[in-house]
Design a protein around this ligand. Structure first.
Ligand SMILES: Nc1ncnc2c1ncn2[C@@H]1O[C@H](COP(=O)(O)OP(=O)(O)OP(=O)(O)O)[C@@H](O)[C@H]1O
Ligand SMILES: [Mg+2]
Length: 254
């Protein structure tokens, strides 16, 4: 049965989109069928995977307002086993559109029902906010991955995110698990990076993925070519790290 994983942190620039694209591509390379859903109006996952955002007609917006089915909104990517439901800048409007709808938090969950079992993993790249878009993702999800940047203020906002997850568990989605906290942009030369790793591992123990994503310039270059790290530079540290994360997740769910 397909597992839906939201990649969420309301803190901006922590590696949500980089993780969504490259974890999705890595799971695909490891022969899992994967759907990536871009749930951020910035549409970085869409462009990062090589889709022209301006050309998007059916995407997450239509999915959430139920004017398009998931099947209609799915696009195949050039990567093996990887499909995407793209986003367009229009998606900003969905928060206002949904606000007075009944069951507004359940729009994504309902839309994904018909395709959930066509995939092994469905990854949702969330926006840096805790608005209705992210609540829809958390309500639809079986689990959440929380990327944490090994930087100043790494844990800022984490309490608020964990409280939001708790309230989603209580009200909308009692089965929501935390798949793991993912340390990103780690630089072994920096004392601060090492301090963040120590602190997070001490507080959260086995909630933290063993795989740590290192800072790697190739990871930041790949999206401008519309490629995952596997296509852009399969020998890079970034590719090795994300493949290792994919294997860790596959083993955890075996
Ligand atoms: N491991 C890494 N090594 C080097 N650069 C990275 C790494 N991970 C992410 N980046 C870069 O850091 C920036 C922020 O990453 P990303 O866009 O994935 O974060 P985000 O959490 O999705 O941001 P937003 O909150 O705006 O959606 C991007 O420029 C990205 O290329
Ligand atoms: Mg992003």
């Amino acid at each position: 049965m397909g597992k839906i994983i939201a990649i969420a942190n309301q803190k901006g620039g922590v590696g949500k989109t980089t993780t969504s694209i490259n974890l999705a591509a890595s799971l695909g390379v490891l022969e899992k069928k994967v759907l990536l859903i871009d749930a951020d109006p910035q549409a970085n996952a869409t462009s990062g995977i090589g889709i022209d955002v301006e050309s998007v007609e059916l995407g997450t917006y239509q999915l959430l307002e139920h004017s398009s089915s998931a099947k209609e909104a799915i696009i195949k990517t050039e990567m093996p086993n990887l499909d995407i439901i793209p986003a367009h800048i229009d998606l900003v409007a969905i928060e206002i559109e949904l606000v007075d709808k009944d069951e507004r938090e359940y729009m994504m969950k309902k839309a994904l029902q018909e395709i959930k079992n066509d995939y092994d993993y469905i990854l949702i790249d969330c926006a840096p906010s805790l608005g209705l878009l992210t609540l829809n993702a958390l309500t639809a999800a079986d689990a959440v991955i929380i990327p944490i940047q090994c930087e100043y203020f790494a844990l800022e906002g984490l309490g608020k995110l964990l409280n939001t997850i708790k309230s989603v568990q209580k009200i909308h989605n009692p089965d929501l698990d935390i798949e793991g906290l993912l340390l990103t942009m780690y630089d072994s030369r920096l004392r601060l990076s090492n301090q963040v790793v120590e602190e997070v591992q001490k507080h959260f123990n086995d909630m933290v993925f063993q795989t740590i994503i290192q800072r790697n310039v190739k990871l930041s270059e790949a999206p401008s070519f519309g490629e995952s790290i596997i296509n852009y530079d399969a020998a890079s540290k970034g590719a090795t790290n994300y493949l290792s994360l994919a294997k860790e997740i596959i083993n955890k769910n075996a």
